[in-house]
Design a protein around this ligand. Structure first.
Ligand code: IMP
Length: 188
């Protein structure tokens, strides 16, 4: 892997390298192994429900780190827009087609900040009577949490600052950065 730049500029603000590709990928392999062990003996393949847009890259990499049979579908929720703070409300943009009754579901988020999005999706899916319901998130900001939003498969707890890259955007830009960058504190 080519070395990631130490800093990037996005929408005129400076971000510094926080989690490089290798660190992210090796943690994902660990999470994949954990999921393999947990779902080795289930009767139906687990289904990953990725939360768009931010979690599309993590969902793809996490699935490929798993070797048990598995399926995927996606929810789409409202985004931050061009802001760096949560709007405090969650709007559903796209639900899912799959019947989740009796299924083993793993909700996949890119990041849990206030926890409102994860809570919302977990509550929605719980109503569909799954056989089991777990959650995964690449990142979590423990200082941002406002509601109970459990994460069974967590990549990293991070500082309470805005991050971009690896699926996470700033006004829709920067999702394609292979590493995670955090707002330089001088800019916060
Ligand atoms: P929550 O509902 O506040 O937990 O936020 C969840 C969603 O907000 C995530 O799925 C992201 O799309 C977005 N988000 C939260 N924190 C950040 C961040 O630091 N950078 C980019 N997007 C974020």
């Amino acid at each position: 892997m080519p070395a990631a730049p130490q800093t990037v500029t996005c929408r005129g603000e400076r971000f510094r390298l926080y989690l490089d590709e290798e660190t992210i990928q090796s943690r994902i392999q660990e999470l994949g192994a954990q999921i393999d062990a947990d779902y080795a003996d289930v009767d139906t393949p687990p289904i990953f429900i990725g939360v768009l847009n931010g979690a599309y890259i993590f969902t793809a990499d996490l699935m490929r780190a798993v070797t048990v049979d598995c399926e995927v579908d996606f929810y789409k929720l409202s985004s931050y827009g061009a802001a760096k703070v949560s709007s405090g409300s969650v709007t559903l943009k796209k639900g899912i087609d799959a019947d989740l009754t009796g299924r083993h579901v793993i909700v996949v988020e890119d990041i849990v900040d206030t926890g409102l999005s994860m809570r919302y999706v977990l509550d929605q899916i719980a109503e569909k009577n799954p056989a089991s319901l777990k959650s995964a998130s690449l990142l979590r900001k423990p200082d941002g949490l406002k509601v109970d939003a459990p994460v069974d498969y967590l990549g990293f707890d991070i500082d309470n600052l805005f991050v971009i890259g690896y699926g996470l955007d700033y006004g829709q830009i920067a999702r394609n950065l292979p590493a995670v960058y955090i707002l330089d504190e001088d800019e916060a």
